[in-house]
Design a binder for this molecule. Structure first.
Ligand code: FES
Length: 167
């Protein structure tokens, strides 16, 4: 009487779509090759892409002149710039970055000064140092109007303290 061996089935009796250890290993191998190809593609793309630092643009729009009352000092926190409108109506823009060690200064309306919270430097509303340790005045940036009448400030262009924008 013939006994059937469950562990070594006759290949002729095996169904055509059965999943064997060979199929499993082929699948694992193909997966590993695919993962290696994707990984090397990602690394190649990263290697070939230019290695540049993306910095925010230096020019930005600061809104309409009417939104700044005469005699106001407004800090644009994102741009780190004070937009100053003199009582006479003209504008100028000052860096809010302290010239000592780079902290962001604040406008103190009650005292009428710009004060740095880090080491006590103080500046007048023109950006001049009135108390140290800041070694230099706050830089003044170029200001202009665009075609729609909006204020435009360019932080890449430092101008003299006489530069103002009359609107
Ligand atoms: S960083 Fe402003 S006083 Fe030092």
């Amino acid at each position: 009487m013939a006994q059937s061996d469950e562990r070594t089935p006759d290949p002729a009796k095996r169904p055509a779509d059965s999943f064997t250890r060979r199929h499993f290993l082929e699948l694992i191998g193909a997966g590993a090759i695919g993962a290696a190809a994707v990984g090397s593609g990602v690394l190649s793309t990263e290697y070939l892409s230019p290695n540049v630092v993306k910095e925010p643009p230096t020019r930005f729009k600061a809104g309409m002149p009417e939104s700044y009352p005469p005699g106001s000092v407004t800090l644009d926190k994102e741009q780190k710039v004070f937009i100053v409108r003199a009582k006479e109506g003209y504008f100028y823009a000052l860096s809010a970055t302290c010239t000592h060690l780079g902290c962001i200064a604040n406008w103190k309306a009650e005292e009428g000064i710009v004060a740095c919270p880090c080491h006590g430097s103080k500046f007048d509303r023109e950006g001049n140092v009135i108390a140290g340790p800041a070694p230099r005045p706050l830089p003044r940036y170029a200001m202009s109007l665009d075609d729609h009448g909006q204020l435009v400030i360019d932080k890449a262009l430092v101008v003299g303290e006489e530069a103002t924008l009359k609107v």
